[in-house]
Each structure stands twice: as C-alpha cells, then as structure tokens.
Ligand binder design. Structure first.
Ligand code: HXC
Length: 537
C-alpha cells in the first residue's frame, strides 16, 4: 500500500499536511541550518530576521516555493524556500521588506525561484513604499541553473536601480558575496559588513592567482576592514552580526519610508531648548564650550565631531563610512527632533582637505539625502582640494566634480556653517551660497578667502619680497601676512556681499542652526524638467 496522500483527502488531513510542511520548514530545516551556521560562527537566515524586526511582526512570503531545475539531479532535492527567506515586517513599528539568504540551502545560491522570490518582495516594497533590507550570505549564481541565475542577477540590479531614490535600500553582508553578486549590495544605499565571517570581492583568491599571479588571501582581497577603510564599498564595519543589525535599526530610525514620506519626528529633550527668544538663556555648557573650540593657531587641529555633537539633539550622531576618507564626516543626526544629514570637514585628518575619496563619499551622501528629502547641514573648515600628482592622475578633476554636482543639484533645505578655513575650491563646494545653500552662517573665526595668508603673500608679493633687503625680508613678509589676515581671513568680506547671512557667536550655533532649519521647513524648489542630469562618473 502506498503511504502517499489519500485519494480524497479530508479537510482535517489537509490541515495536518500544512502543519507537517510548516514543521519541515520551521523546525527540521531550521535545526539543520542552525547546526551548520553555528559551527561556522554565523546565525541562520531566520535568526537574523528575528534579531532585526519587531517580535512577531515577520510576515513571510513564498515559504513553500521550490526550484524547478532538473539538471545535475537537482529534482532529487527540492528544499522549501529555495535558499532565501523573504517577507515583510516592522522595525520600531515601521514597515520594511526583507530577504535573507540561507547559505545552508544550496549555498544560498541564486536560481530562478530564489530570484523570483527576491524580485517579488522588492516589487512589494515599491508598491507599499518601504525600505528593502537584503541579508547576503551566498555562493552567488546557482551553477546548476546556468544562465537563468545570471538573468536574475541582472533583473535584481534593474530593480535596485528602479528603487534607487524611491525607497531606502540597505544591504548586510554576513557571509560570502562574490562575483557579479557584489553588485546588488553595491547598488544599494548602505552596505554593512561583519568582521571575520564576511568577504566581498569580484574575483576570489584562486582567480586572482590564475590571472595575475598574485597570491592573496580572501581577507586581503575583501574583508570587512578592506571594504570599509580602503575601497569605501562598505558604510559600516560591524564587530558581529548583532552589532550590524543594531546599526541598521538605528539607521532606519533616521530615514523616511520612501521619497514621498517624512522622516520620523522625535520630541526634543527639554535641555535642548532652541525655541527661545533669549538665546543667552538657553545656552548649555556644551554650547558655551564651542566658544573655545577653535585653537588660536591656524595650524592646530581640533575634533569637528565636538561641534556636530553639540548641534544635534542629545549629541546623537550616526556616522556613515566613518573609516573611509575620515577627512570628511558624513552622517545623520536630528535637529529639533527632525533628521538632518551632516557633512563636515575633519581637521584632525589631512587638515580636512577634500581629496577624491572625500568628494565621492560626501557626494553620494548628499545625493541620498536630497533624494529622500533630508535637509543638509554643512560644517566647513577646509583648506581646499588636495594637491599632488597622485590625485591629479587619479582624476580629482572629474571625481572632485561629483561633490559640486551633488550640492548644486540638491533642493532640500541647506544650511552651512563656516567655522574656520573656507579656502578656494573648498569654500565654493562645501555648501556655499553660490551652489544654492539657503542659509549661510559663519563664526567670527571663519576665514573665507582664495587661500591662506602665508600662501597668498608668497604669491602676491614674491617680487617685492625678493627685492627687499634680506635682513628685513621676514619682518616685511610678516606685515604683509598680518595685513592679508586682517582684510581677507575673516567672514566679513563674504558677509559684505551677502554670501554669509549671519556671523554668529560659536556658543549660539545649536540655536542658530535650529532656527534656520525651522525657517526652511516648508521650502519648495522646482528644477527644470529633464530626463536626468549627467553627473561626472
Ligand atoms: C550552487 C553552491 C554555490 C553556487 C556554493 N554552493 N556555491 N551551489 N551554486 N554558486 C554549495 C556548495 O556546493 C556546497 O554544497 C554548499 O553550497 C556550501 O559550499 P562550500 O563550498 O562547502 O562552502 P565554503 O567552503 O564555505 O565556501 C563558500 C564559497 C564556495 C566560497 C562561496 O562555495 C564558492 O566558491 N562557491 C562558488 C562561488 C562562485 O564562483 N559563484 C559564482 C559567482 S559569479 P553542499 O551540498 O556540498 O553543502 C556570480 C555571477 C552573478 O555570482 C552575475 C551578476 C550579473
């Protein structure tokens, strides 16, 4: 006698059959997955989802989907889910769509059904207007399914592009991510990678050795460290999976669900009063400390992070790409409970100069903020673009143009505060009035000029200095420097022309910035209709 289903199954049989299938997915397969993943020091696809989303909120789709491949005896084994768990859930009560690749099923590789599931959940995210989160742990294109797998990677890339600027897209890399599969995370807005368990490269060590003869380890090619500090592919390097998921939850708290939605608004703490008529009354000790932030010597650095934390609510700031191009800081904070994107030069690294990496990092960040209606706060202390053969040959002209493009294109409220150097091209690009900033503030310590005094005097007075008696030359040079400083190394030449709207005492920065953003809350700016611009790539 066959032990298959009865010819006319009863309702009770069918319900029991569903329970058995669920048992297969949620208990038996999950136990197998946990055994395999835990020995590798990794969580399962479902455990990762559970850690990310609100308890009980996960609404799984396509739990029983299975591949249809018959090559390579694939029909002998048709696991439920096909190597990816997909669905919708909430994080802090707000909807997200997600997919989590299951390395324990066919190496988490992408075949036709896997691809269909991921596309379906991305399409759902676009229809309901919520972020998409992808957890990557996969051997890439499913070898047994051949070109069909490749087709789905390309389809996925197309969805990433269609979703870009419509819903936030976040990738977590928690295992292997190699070959063309890397381009799915690369097309998303934020990539988080976990130390030790994750690798990301286009070609692995064996191919590199075969093609170029170089012997490198997987870590040297594409560890979380390399991707977050050297290549800049990754926005946050997490110490472990929990840290990665925590970071994503924090990030989501700053973002709108989609490009037509508002960012979540939080109540400002009482000690962060900004809506007072008498500014002096509202100054906190942190505000007052800003009066001493700028050292008297122009050659001395200081931590721009102190100003950022003093201006944003509760000193809470989420840095993005913190370890890549640290000469520019990008990240999210809140002002009066509302998200702002902060871009700031960091004088502690390369004196806060703009190099290629800094331009690309900040350019992409500015474009993200603009796409999702997040106002921009720019804090300026920049000696200019980085000179040198290496930068010129690597394309600082083309690649440095990206930041100009991004600022000029952005129509969100833009508030800029110059605190010290704002020299040359650096002045122009860092949220200047001329690129469309709405409110430009400056501290009295701001030096808005073509270049610093020493360099200017060397160029302007070279001939006169050469003609001066050597014994007197230094004294004459000093006088020229002092004269230049008095006349140009101030915010007042720019304020004369309205390039700076207000020169403010440093201690009032938090209140001034809040007032400016409050004033701009309903800003609307139209741009001419066009298919799209052509940012220098
Ligand atoms: C089918 C795969 C697979 C794949 C892994 N597996 N990758 N099955 N297609 N691409 C299976 C293995 O056969 C194995 O099955 C299980 O997953 C675990 O793999 P292991 O090799 O045992 O694990 P590990 O030693 O940790 O090595 C992981 C790995 C390695 C580094 C990812 O499996 C690997 O190199 N895989 C191939 C990677 C690759 O070249 N992918 C194509 C990239 S090109 P069993 O049954 O033994 O457990 C690409 C094109 C995209 O993705 C195009 C975009 C446009």
């Amino acid at each position: 006698m066959s032990s298959g289903p009865p010819l006319l199954p009863s309702t009770a049989y069918r319900i029991a059959d569903l329970a058995a299938r669920e048992e297969e997915v949620l208990r038996i397969a999950e136990k197998h997955a946990a055994d395999r993943q835990h020995t590798r020091g990794k969580l399962t696809a479902r455990e990762r989802i559970d850690l990310l989303v609100d308890p009980g909120s996960f609404y799984e789709l396509d739990r029983f989907a299975r591949h249809r491949c018959t090559d390579f005896d694939m029909d002998a084994q048709r696991p439920y889910g096909d190597g990816v768990v997909t669905g919708q859930a909430t994080v802090d009560g707000r909807p997200v769509c997600l997919f989590s690749q299951d390395f324990t099923v066919l190496g988490g590789s992408m075949g036709e059904v896997f691809g269909e599931k991921v596309l379906k959940v991305m399409d759902l995210a676009m229809r309901i207007g919520c972020p998409v989160i992808g957890i990557n742990d996969s051997g890439g294109a499913r070898i047994q399914e051949g070109v069909v797998s490749l087709a789905y990677y390309a389809e996925l890339g197309r969805r990433n592009v269609l979703a870009s600027g419509v819903v936030p897209q976040i990738s977590l890399v928690m295992g292997p991510c190699a070959g063309g599969a890397v381009y799915t995370p690369a097309l998303t807005d934020f990539v988080v990678m976990v130390d030790d368990i994750a690798h990301m490269f286009v070609t692995g060590p064996e191919v590199v050795a075969a093609v170029t003869g170089e012997n490198v380890s997987a870590g040297e090619l594409g560890s979380a460290e390399v991707n977050s500090e050297v290549s800049g592919n990754v926005h946050y390097r997490a110490t472990d999976e929990r840290d990665a998921l925590d970071w994503v939850r924090t990030l989501l708290g700053f973002l709108p669900a989609n490009n037509l939605d508002e960012c979540p608004v939080y109540a400002s703490a009482a000690h962060d009063r900004t809506d007072t008529a008498n500014t002096e009354d509202a100054l906190t000790p942190t505000d007052l400390a800003l009066d001493h932030l700028i050292p008297d010597s122009p050659h001395q650095g200081y931590d721009m992070g102190r100003l950022i934390r003093a201006v944003v609510d509760d000193g809470e700031f989420l840095a993005v790409q913190e370890r890549f191009a640290p000469n520019i800081i990008c990240g999210f904070g809140r002002v009066e409970g509302r998200t702002v994107g902060v871009v700031a030069n960091q004088p502690l690294h390369l004196a806060g100069v703009i190099d290629i990496d800094a331009s690309e990092k900040a350019g992409r960040f500015v474009r993200f903020c603009d796409a999702f209606g997040i106002p921009l706060l720019t804090l300026v202390d920049v000696p200019g673009y980085l000179p040198g053969v290496e930068q010129e040959r690597a394309g600082i002209i083309r690649r440095g143009a990206k930041l100009i493009y991004a600022y000029a294109e952005a129509t969100v409220p833009k508030v800029t505060l110059a605190v010290r150097k704002a020299y040359g091209g650096g002045y122009a690009v860092m949220g200047s009035k001329h690129l469309g900033a709405d409110v430009n503030l400056a501290w009295p310590t701001a030096e808005i000029a073509v270049m610093g005094a020493e360099a200017a005097v060397t160029i302007l007075h070279r001939r006169r200095l050469r003609a001066t008696d050597e014994a007197e030359r230094e004294a004459v040079r000093r006088r020229f420097v002092e004269d230049y400083r008095r006349r140009f190394a101030t915010p007042y030449a720019a304020a004369d022309r309205g390039y700076v709207d207000r020169v403010i005492r440093p201690a009032t920065s938090r209140i001034e910035v809040a007032r400016a953003f409050r004033m701009l809350r309903d800003k609307r700016q139209e741009t001419p209709a066009r298919k799209h611009g052509n940012i220098p790539l």
